[in-house]
Design a protein around this ligand. Structure first.
Ligand code: COA
Length: 165
């Protein structure tokens, strides 16, 4: 994992991608990708601006990042996050989205590998959790390739878990 500091934003890189700490300056992007690719409940509060929404999610998550390609770092292609930290269980949830043009290229695997390392190093996490819809084949396949196993079905959600080594 490569870690560097650009301005005050934390950055990490692996394979073809760069993670850069999400800030309220990314509000337009973050609101857009969440509106397009949210498969769960409506995440927006009534009358919430893009900036307010982004600030609220940043404060709710332990880590939130934009995803960019190393060879085109001005374009944001997705986001990823660690949230819902259970300190007692040393467990945290991992999640993220890429714009469709970037699916199926193994890019989120690099992002999730970085998030797993960040979770372990910074928070002492021992269990990673992933939650998605039972019909989200790509998301389930992605985390299965990382060693996650199905833990629980909750309505039309599946919860996947992985013990970190
Ligand atoms: C789910 C997601 C993060 C996967 O990231 P990715 O970088 O595309 O993942 P990969 O390239 O490793 O692909 C994962 C698997 O899904 C499959 N896959 C990718 N795109 C697919 C698609 N459109 N339809 C069906 N399968 C697909 C791939 O074939 C791959 O399996 P394989 O390696 O056995 O062939 C990405 O598709 C995405 O952003 N989706 C929208 C948001 C989302 O669903 N996020 C997760 C919700 S919590």
């Amino acid at each position: 994992m490569n870690k560097k500091q650009a301005g005050s934003n934390k950055m990490y890189s692996k394979d073809k991608i760069i993670l850069e700490q999400l800030t309220e300056n990314d509000a337009e992007f973050f609101y857009d990708i969440t509106s397009r690719l949210n498969y769960g409940d409506n995440p927006f509060l009534p009358f919430e601006s893009q900036k307010e929404f982004t600030k609220r999610i940043i404060s709710f998550c332990e880590f939130t990042f934009t995803i960019r390609m190393k060879d085109n770092p001005d374009i944001i292609i997705g986001e990823c996050a660690l949230h819902s930290w259970d300190k007692e269980m040393k467990e945290i949830e991992i999640g993220g989205s890429l714009y469709p043009d970037y699916w199926g290229k193994g890019l989120m695997r690099s992002a999730f590998d970085l998030l797993a390392a960040i979770a372990k190093q910074n928070l002492g996490i021992e269990i990673l959790r992933g939650q998605t819809k039972i019909n989200n084949v790509a998301a389930i396949r992605l985390v299965e390739k990382m060693g996650f196993e199905k833990y629980r079905i909750d309505g039309d959600n599946v919860i996947m878990r992985k013990m970190m080594s």
